[in-house]
Design a protein around this ligand. Structure first.
Ligand code: PEP
Ligand code: MN
Length: 358
């Protein structure tokens, strides 16, 4: 029997970002006993962006997880990033493995992990790679399938971007999981609202959005004392908040692929909303650059408005717009507004006696 199969009820996976103590796991597992949580997630080895942060409890965490699994009869999932992690996961009877976003980005490593799973029948969850590349994500899934793993779920946890938005820790880029769903409709697709939003206050809204878009389940970081967490403190929620979240979710049936035009309308609106958020983040980034440029112009005694530069912008942007089948007039108007705001900002800098290059 497969662990991951389609059902009308969502799959709920929850647990701390990292295992920190036996007591922490105990509190979580006890709270989950009265909730429909199918799988307890917990990080044992943590892939941290910078060295020096908490990197996980390692094998000690596996000892505790095995005890908790026996005591509470709940299946356990951990992240594996090395063949040695898989060996230990098997030794401590971990039920489900997942590949993290930083691992999935590297086909060599994914292949190494797939090779060490040959002949092992464990369910595997595959997070999206940090880069918004649907083929890389599908490629990792295929590498697992080729060694005989059949029980697979994909986890959408969002994508890294240079222009940091204030809304998300990792941009959802909905089009990527939707494309995965279009190409592999039978695959279980789970949303990870914790790593997408990065903020505990946003987790419930993101979870609802994922349900509205027809995802099959949620993976939510849950900690008994989120503000004391050793990793990802800002995004973890308490078991009580998780229970509220689950009870408040509106589950849409039928799911997106079979649904009516109304659901499709909603779906396109959601996609458009996320495109609009991206446009705003880009305009904000452009304004930051305009600010740097303004400081430099002030130092060089140049005027804020350079007509030559403005003519160039309009010519090149209307040309690009026409190539994309857009009305050049529309793009001209949009850029006039953006350019005006940028010049006004720079004029403000010129008048401000405190402005100088840092
Ligand atoms: C995690 O789930 O704690 C984690 C490290 O996730 P990701 O690989 O999505 O960053
Ligand atoms: Mn985490």
């Amino acid at each position: 029997m497969s662990f991951f199969s389609k059902s009308s009820a969502p799959i709920y996976i929850a647990g701390p970002c990292s295992v920190e103590s036996k007591e922490q796991l105990h509190q979580i597992a006890r709270a989950f006993q009265s909730m429909p949580i199918q799988l307890l997630r917990a990080g044992v080895w943590k892939p941290r962006t910078r060295p020096g942060s908490f990197e996980g409890m390692g094998e000690q965490a596996l000892v505790w997880l095995q005890e908790i699994k026996k005591e509470f009869n709940i299946p356990i999932a951990i992240e594996v990033a090395e063949p040695a992690h898989i060996e230990l996961a098997l030794r401590y009877q971990v039920d489900v493995l997942w590949l993290g976003a930083r691992t999935v980005v590297n086909p060599f490593q994914v292949q190494r992990l797939a090779d060490s799973l040959k002949g092992v029948q464990l369910p595997v969850m595959i997070k999206n790679p940090v880069t918004p590349d649907v083929d890389l994500w599908i490629g990792a899934i295929e590498r697992m399938e080729k060694v005989g793993i059949t029980d697979i779920a994909a986890i959408h946890r969002g994508f890294s971007t240079y222009a940091k938005s204030t809304t998300y820790r990792n941009e959802p880029n909905w089009i990527i999981p939707i494309e995965l769903k279009r190409r592999r409709p039978e695959l279980i697709l789970i949303n990870d609202p914790s790593h997408i939003t990065g903020q505990s206050a946003q987790v419930a809204a993101m979870s609802q959005r994922a349900m509205d878009m027809g995802f099959d389940g949620l993976m939510i970081e849950t900690h008994p004392q989120p503000n004391q967490a050793l990793s990802d403190a800002a995004q973890q929620i308490t078991p009580e908040a998780l229970w509220q979240l689950i009870q408040g979710l509106k589950i849409r049936t039928p799911h997106l692929e079979t649904s009516n035009q109304l659901a499709q309308l909603d779906f396109y609106r959601q996609l458009m909303d996320s495109v609009d958020d991206e446009i705003i983040a880009l305009i904000a980034r452009r304004m930051e650059l305009s600010n740097q440029l303004g400081v430099l112009k002030k130092e060089m005694n140049l005027s804020a408005y350079q007509p030559e530069r403005w003519r160039e912008i309009i010519a090149s942007k209307t040309h690009t717009a026409a190539l994309k089948g857009l009305d050049p007039q529309l793009i001209k108007q949009v850029f006039e507004q953006i350019h005006d705001a940028s010049i006004n900002h720079q004029l403000g800098l010129f008048l401000d006696p405190t402005t100088s290059k840092k």
